[in-house]
Structures are given as structure tokens and as C-alpha cells.
Design a protein around this ligand. Structure first.
Ligand SMILES: Nc1ncnc2c1ncn2[C@@H]1O[C@H](COP(=O)(O)OP(=O)(O)OP(=O)(O)O)[C@@H](O)[C@H]1O
Ligand SMILES: [Mg+2]
Length: 261
């Protein structure tokens, strides 16, 4: 039985805040993400592929962090593990004080729905829904009564006020990416993970999407963790992490100032 079941059993009685304050969750108040000795391997049958090796890092609330590295270095894999889309082979990920790497799939989905936004490399909008409906969905799922007006406002914010009723097939790549960002921000996540948010966009649209991400980070205090090949976007983040040969190092930011991560 997983260690978590104790918490699941008592959560209705003690409530989540009490749980954190008793110090069972290790993360400090300002940490939103704490990664300890995280390693990830995949079994290829005849061989084992080591993707990440003993990664340790801490990200504080409100920070903006770029993850860079060559193609195939493990950036998407790392992002998925940090966001609780997958569980690591070894090690621990604590997200907002919760040991998400030890959670079941259902528990991870529930934590993600409450606190995490994710912008995928391939957008992943629901094809049968309009732009407006795609953005409304997380708001409706979290029980908000004014889902439609909030979704309209967010889409206006990303410059798509005139495209509300378009389905993804009727939108350009850049427009779909902006719908995906509006959707990710709809539930006011504490932390937003974005995988190549400007990857498929032309320079101007990429710049507009970068501006939007940074503005939402500033205005809503949302922690941003994004994988990017875009040097300009990476340079705008407070910290840059680089992945090479399965290891993560800080190339600019906390470690560069002489503080351990
Ligand atoms: N489930 C899997 N099974 C086998 N190999 C995998 C699996 N997932 C990832 N890999 C391999 O792990 C490596 C890292 O993949 P990942 O998608 O994390 O790279 P990336 O840094 O995001 O690359 P890109 O910049 O091209 O998106 C790649 O070599 C990939 O082929
Ligand atoms: Mg990738």
C-alpha cells in the first residue's frame, strides 16, 4: 500500500492546510517545486535508455524558468515528470508541497486540475470544440459559474476575440497555440508548464506569445517553467536550466549567483 493512503484517509478530517503545516510535506513555503534525485529510464527490451540522471532542483513561487538543451536531451520528459503527467523511475517530485511522484494516476490528475497548467508541444486542443469551448472546459470542470465570460475575456486577451466560434481546424498554428495558452491560464494555475510555446510560430506571433506568457507571470504571479529553443524567450526568464547527458545544470540564475539549487 502506498504511503499516501494515510493522507487520503485523513484528508477529509484534517484538511490540506493542516497537513502542510504539520510539516509532513517537506517543501518550504516559497518552494513550488522540489525535485530530489530524480532519474528516469525507459526499458527498450534489450536495453535500458537513461534519459535523466539524479536531477536535483528547486523552483520558487513566481519564478520564470527556461529549460534548454538539444533535441532528444530529455526536456519534454523532465517537464512531464515535473508536472505529474508521468512518474519517475527513481526520486521524488514535490509540487506545491505535495509528493506528486508518489501519487496514483487519479490523484495526480486531481492535483494537476487544481494547480497546474500545461501547454503541450502539439497544442492538444479538443478538435470538436470551438476555441471558446476549449477554454471554458477547465473552468466548467472546476465548477465556475461564469466560465463563458472568463473564457471570452481570456481569448480577447490573447487576441482571439474574433475567433471564439472557430474549431481548431479553422485556426492557424499560432492561433491554436494562443487558445492553448488561454486554456492553460483559465483555471489560474499556480504553475504553468509550457513545452516549446513558440516552437511553431513565426517571429511576430512568437514574440506576442512570449509577451503574453511573461505578462501573465507578472500579473498573476504564476510560476512559469518552459522548454524552449527560442533564445530570446529563454533570456527573458529569470533562470535557465540546461540538460545534457541526462544531467541538469543551471546556466543562469540562482546557481550562477552562487546559491545551491
Ligand atoms: N517512452 C519512451 N520510450 C523510449 N524512448 C523514449 C521515450 N520517451 C522518450 N524517449 C527518448 O528519450 C529521449 C528524450 O526525449 P524527449 O522527448 O524528452 O526529448 P526533448 O529534449 O524534449 O527533445 P525535442 O527537443 O526534440 O522535443 C529521446 O531520445 C527519446 O527518443
Ligand atoms: Mg520535446
Amino acid at each position: 500500500m502506498k504511503r499516501l493512503s494515510w493522507y487520503r484517509l485523513w484528508q477529509p478530517v484534517i484538511g490540506p492546510r493542516y497537513f502542510y503545516r504539520r510539516g509532513v510535506a517537506v517543501a518550504t513555503r516559497t518552494d513550488i517545486l522540489k525535485v530530489t534525485d530524480l532519474s528516469h529510464e525507459v526499458d527498450l527490451g534489450s536495453d535500458t535508455l537513461r534519459i535523466l540522471h539524479k536531477v536535483n532542483l528547486t523552483i520558487e513561487k513566481g519564478e520564470s524558468v527556461a529549460i534548454v538543451g538539444r533535441s532528444g536531451s530529455g526536456k519534454t520528459t523532465l517537464l512531464g515528470l515535473l508536472a505529474g503527467l508521468d512518474t519517475p523511475s527513481h526520486g521524488r517530485v514535490e509540487l506545491d508541497g505535495q509528493p506528486i511522484s508518489e501519487f496514483s494516476e487519479d490523484e495526480r490528475a486531481s492535483l494537476r486540475a487544481q494547480r497546474v497548467g500545461f501547454v503541450f508541444q502539439s497544442f492538444q486542443l479538443l478538435p470538436a470544440l470551438t476555441a471558446l469551448e476549449n477554454v471554458m472546459l477547465p473552468l466548467e470542470l472546476s465548477g465556475q459559474s461564469d466560465a463563458e465570460s472568463q473564457a471570452r475575456e481570456l481569448l480577447q486577451r490573447v487576441g482571439l476575440g474574433e475567433r471564439l466560434q472557430h474549431t481548431p481546424r479553422q485556426l492557424s498554428g499560432g492561433e491554436q497555440q494562443r487558445v492553448a495558452i488561454a486554456r492553460a491560464f483559465a483555471a489560474h494555475p499556480k504553475i504553468l508548464f509550457a513545452d516549446e510555446p513558440t516552437g511553431n510560430l513565426d517571429n511576430n506571433t512568437g514574440q506576442a506569445v512570449s509577451d503574453l506568457l511573461m505578462a501573465l507571470n507578472q500579473e498573476q504571479g504564476t510560476t512559469l517553467v518552459m522548454v524552449t529553443h527560442d533564445e530570446h524567450l529563454a533570456a527573458r526568464c529569470e533562470r535557465q536550466l540546461s540538460i545534457e547527458a541526462g544531467e541538469v545544470s543551471e546556466t543562469r540564475g540562482v546557481a550562477a549567483q552562487g546559491v545551491a539549487v
